[in-house]
Design a protein around this ligand. Sequence first.
Ligand code: AMP
Ligand code: MG
Length: 335
Amino acid sequence: MGTYAVVTVAEGNRAGLETVYGIARSEAGRVEALLNPFAEDNELARLNAGAGATWVSVSGDTLAVLGESLRYAEASGGAFDPTVGPLVRLWGIHLSEPPPKVPDAERIAEALRQTGYRHIRLREGEAFLAQPGMRVDPGGIAKGYAVDLCYERMLRSGARNFMVNIGGNLRVHGLPRPGKTGRNRAAPRPWTVGVRNPFVPGGIVGTFRLDTGMAVATSGHYERFVHIEGRRFAHILDPRTGIPVEGMAGVTVASTNATQCDALSTALFVLGVEEALPALEAVDGSRALLIPDRQPLELHLSPGLEDIFEPLPEFADAVRHLAPGRGRQRSPAHF
Ligand code: AMP
Ligand code: MG
C-alpha cells in the first residue's frame, strides 16, 4: 500500500503485542495482495484486464471493497470514485517518474471517458467493469478497509486496548491506560491522536479524543504529490474535471469505522469546505475537520466535531463552523 502500519497496545498489554502484530501483517498483507495496483496477476489486475469484456470472479474482500466504494461514491455524488485509475495513471500519481508535461485537455477527456463508478457491476462472487479502458484504483479506501479487518480480528483474538493505524487511517478499542484514571478520577483518559498541521512539518493543529470503536482518517496534500513542469499536484483527482484537486490542504474524518473514514476523507478533499456537508449528512455518524490550502490557517469543523476535536490554544481563533445552508443549495448529484 506504499505506506506504514503501526499497532499500539495499552500499557500492561504488552504480552498481546505479538498477536496483534501478526494479525496486522496478515490482514494488511492479504488486502495488499488482492488489490495492489502494481501487481501483474492479482484480482485487481484481472478485473481491470476484463474491462469492457468479461465478468471476473473475485474474493469476498474485493467484492466488499468495491461495494463499499460504490456506497461512498453515491453518498458523495461521485466525488469519491474508485474508477479514477486512468486519471491516476495519466497524472503519474503512483509512478516513480512523473510525466514530463502536464496532460493536455484531449488526454484528460479521454481518461474521463474511461472513468465512472456507475459502470461498475457487482453480483455474487463476480465483478465487471462495463466500459473498455476502465481501471479501478482502490487507493482511496483499501487502507481503511484493511484497518477494519485488523480491528475485527484483533477483537476476536481477545485484544481489548489497542490502536491500529495504516498510513493515517486508524481505529481504536478500549483505552490507552486501562485501570488508571485521570486527574478527574471518574474519567479515564481516552485514546488521543494529533492532527498534523499541513503547513508545519512535525506540527499538529489539535487532537481528537476517540471512544472505543471509533476511527479517524486523514487525506493530506503533503502525503503524496507529483511535480510536473515545476508545478506541484495533489494525489487526489476531481472526477468532474479529471484534474488534481487544488485548494485543500487536509481533511480528517472521524466516524464509526475506518473504511468510511478513508473513503469520506478522500471525497471531502474533492468537495472542499463549501460542498462537504451534504456528503457528511449522507453518512450517519461521520464528522470532519477541513483545512483549506491558504493562509492564515482555517480549521473548519462540521456539526458535533467540537465534542471530540480540540484545537491547540494558538489555533482557537482559526476555528470556523460548517453551517447547514452554506453550500447546501447544490445537490451533490451534479457529477
Ligand atoms: P487518500 O490518501 O485515502 O485520500 O487516497 C488517495 C488515493 O486514492 C490516490 O492516491 C488515488 O490512488 C486514489 N484517488 C485519487 N482521487 C480519488 C477520488 N476522487 N476518488 C477515489 N479515489 C481517488
Ligand atoms: Mg481515503
